[in-house]
Ligand binder design. Structure first.
Ligand code: DP6
Length: 335
């Protein structure tokens, strides 16, 4: 048998400023979302493959952090079977996959976005798929937020009257519409708990199906996108951080008021959120966002880095007996 060599690739995670929350028509969003990719939080993937005589894609081995992960392998195989249809797959393969995330599990950083984008990039190499839109669309089918991790930088996913090219199937890169200072936006992730979230995003999306605030949510999100578009064209401003926080609060308010109710914010998250808002009222250009978890993402422009380092040094974020599980220092990557 010929010797197979492992190939290496990686895909970034992303953090949304406007959240994808709720699905319709299968794996499509009920509202547009907007995010940027992260420089340090990524999935590194090594793989090797052997062509098969049939059209089957078989994962021979799936390792996560050097350990075999059979349950993930099975879930992935069933997704692959649904998504990688014969029209895309000219030949079958046996696959050996070894992945590693550069960030801890349950840290409040979307691991499905980076890991599923990495899987799609692997198939792109095996099957020579070069069309970015097709890759983003495939990534969406594996995990919605993964479609915003194929192109680096700022990505818009979902229909909106504000952008004629925006669509439900794949994310659109909008780097050229975004002020240069947003391309170096800092994201410090304060991990408030290592407890698993208690609800998967996939189940969380379902809570929007009959949500009593669904109509309000849709109106808010479209109005908010309009404002975001304007604010992203200029330097990061207090107005930008205000609306960023409103959106994060909306996401969690929707979770709390759904049936069953989902409460993911921890007391530590609340203390931090308040501290960050206080900093802004003292004139610091910063704000927070949260994903479907308790971790708090502190966002600020590079120009505030010295101030933030000094606050960190003085334990501003950690005093009052507040101990974080971890802090992950990250930032936007656009190229
Ligand atoms: C709260 O992309 O993880 O992070 O499509 O079911 O895989 P699936 O969901 P997923 O949802 C992410 C939701 C979010 C908000 C966002 O990233 O926009």
């Amino acid at each position: 048998m010929s010797v197979l060599n492992y190939k290496q690739l990686s895909a970034p995670s992303n953090i949304a400023v406007l959240k994808y929350w709720g699905k319709k028509d299968g794996q499509h969003p009920i509202n547009p979302s907007l995010s940027f990719t992260l420089k340090n939080s990524k999935t590194n993937l090594n793989y090797k493959f052997k062509k098969r005589d049939d059209r089957k894609i078989q994962i021979v081995e799936f390792k996560f952090d050097k350990c075999e992960n059979v349950s993930f392998k099975e879930k992935l195989e069933s997704k692959i079977q649904k998504i990688m249809t014969d029209s895309i797959v000219p030949f079958g393969v046996d696959l050996w996959i070894d992945t590693h995330n550069t960030f801890p599990h349950s840290a409040g950083i979307a691991s499905s976005a980076s890991s599923m984008a990495a899987i799609v990039k692997m198939f792109a190499e095996i099957y020579s798929i070069y069309n970015i839109n097709q890759l983003s669309s495939l990534a969406r089918e594996f995990s919605g937020s993964a479609c915003r991790s194929i192109s680096l930088g700022w990505n818009l996913w979902g229909e909106t009257l504000l952008h004629s090219d925006a669509n439900q199937d794949f994310a659109l890169n909008i780097n050229s519409r975004v002020h240069p200072d947003f391309h170096s936006l800092q994201d410090w992730v304060f991990v408030c708990s290592h407890k698993s979230k208690g609800v998967s995003s996939t189940d969380g999306h379902k809570l929007m199906d009959k949500h009593c605030y669904l109509e309000n949510r849709l109106t808010n999100v479209h109005n908010r996108l309009k404002v975001f578009f304007k604010l992203l064209e200029v330097k990061p401003s207090i107005d930008f951080f205000n609306i960023l926080e409103q959106e994060a609060l909306d996401l969690h308010a929707l979770m709390m008021t759904s049936n069953p109710s989902v409460m993911l914010i921890e007391p530590e998250s609340l203390i931090l959120m308040k501290k960050i808002t206080d900093l802004r009222s003292q004139g610091l250009n910063c704000g927070y966002t949260l994903d479907a978890g308790s971790s708090v993402h502190l966002l600020f422009p590079l120009s505030e880095l010295d101030q933030m380092n000094s606050l960190m040094h003085r334990k501003y974020f950690g005093h009052m007996g507040l101990d974080f599980v971890d802090v992950i220092y990250d930032e936007c990557i656009s190229c």
